[in-house]
Design a protein around this ligand. Sequence first.
Ligand code: NAD
Ligand code: UD1
Length: 338
Amino acid sequence: MNILVTGGAGYIGSHTCIELLDAGFNPIVFDNLSNSSTIALDRVEEITGKKITFIRGDVRDSEALDQVFSQHDIYAVIHFAGLKAVGESVEKPIMYYDNNVSGSITLFASMERNNITRIIFSSSATVYGDPASVPITENFPTSTTNPYGGSKLIIEDVLKNIYVAHQDWNIALLRYFNPVGAHESGLIGEDPSDIPNNLMPYISGVAVGKLDKLSIFGDDYPTADGTGVRDYIHVVDLAKGHVKALQAFENKAVDNLYTVNLGTGKGYSVLEMVEAFKKASGKDIAYQITSRRAGDIACCYADPSYAKELIDWEATKGIQAMCDDTWRWQSNNPLGYK
Ligand code: NAD
Ligand code: UD1
């Protein structure tokens, strides 16, 4: 079965292609390469020994999408394509709403025209804003403090509205917590084009000697050691969640529109992550404590039990595998795909 994977050359998309191929699906990647490289897909082919169809295109281009849907028999779409840097979204809100929201609407319109009725959408734990408590369940109130988060909430709403009009559609809204790690081969991983914004690529950049020292954004949060706590999830576990979400479309006990958290249910602090990475890499991680980053929250982790119940998915990889696999990727590819 052909699966159109928008943004499939990116970090989560490339890992998901492996799991799709392993599960017998045929991913067709549609990506404008604005934040990725086709080398990732060459490596996916190397890992799996299987071929991937790649189409360079933009999800805002309805003609290109119509062409894909008319030339290939597509069973479902997994929609990763989008921009994801929170800080940049504050600087360039129009670019973010155009790429993420207009791109998604163009995609959904093309799906509607071409009678493609199954979609899995990459949402984010950012839609929970600053949660009143943890762990976070799917029915917590949603809110947003930046255009990136705003774009995710709008797209979720658009899909919910589409479902009201088209109850035969199958729609999965997957809310990812903090994806980290890399494929255990060390051949593919996260490859930020600039100085990383997120913790794990920053730590691994320091370990490999590309970056000087980590700034820890605040040690005065109401957490055990004062640093921020997050639910880090191995990207391979996350990728497998997409296969489970696809398979659940065939399970009549699952509603045609559903929302699930993809997280581990465990929170780790910044200092705990630094310690775990030191152990994995055998390198010292220089750091300094700086002031809090605007918009950051103290603590965020999922209640993942609904994903287990609904789509029979749960994370299996722990913090050490997340760090070991990130380090294998980073040390084998210090310049990423360049
Ligand atoms: P990524 O940047 O590695 O992948 C996104 C891919 O989409 C890239 O290959 C990029 O070239 C492509 N793309 C961007 N705009 C496009 C467009 N208009 N048309 C076609 N292709 C386009 O990011 P990722 O970490 O793999 O994230 C994938 C999705 O998951 C994104 O929607 C992101 O918002 C969401 N998400 C990511 C995280 C995270 O921390 N990585 C957390 C929650 C949600
Ligand atoms: C960020 C985004 C969020 C997005 C998520 C996954 C912000 C405010 N939020 O979340 O919307 O869904 O990424 O892509 O950007 N940290 C440091 N030093 C660093 C980097 C991070 O101390 O150099 C700390 C942060 O304060 C936080 C933790 O590490 O406590 C994790 O940060 P990060 O990886 O950026 O993820 P989030 O802030 O959870």
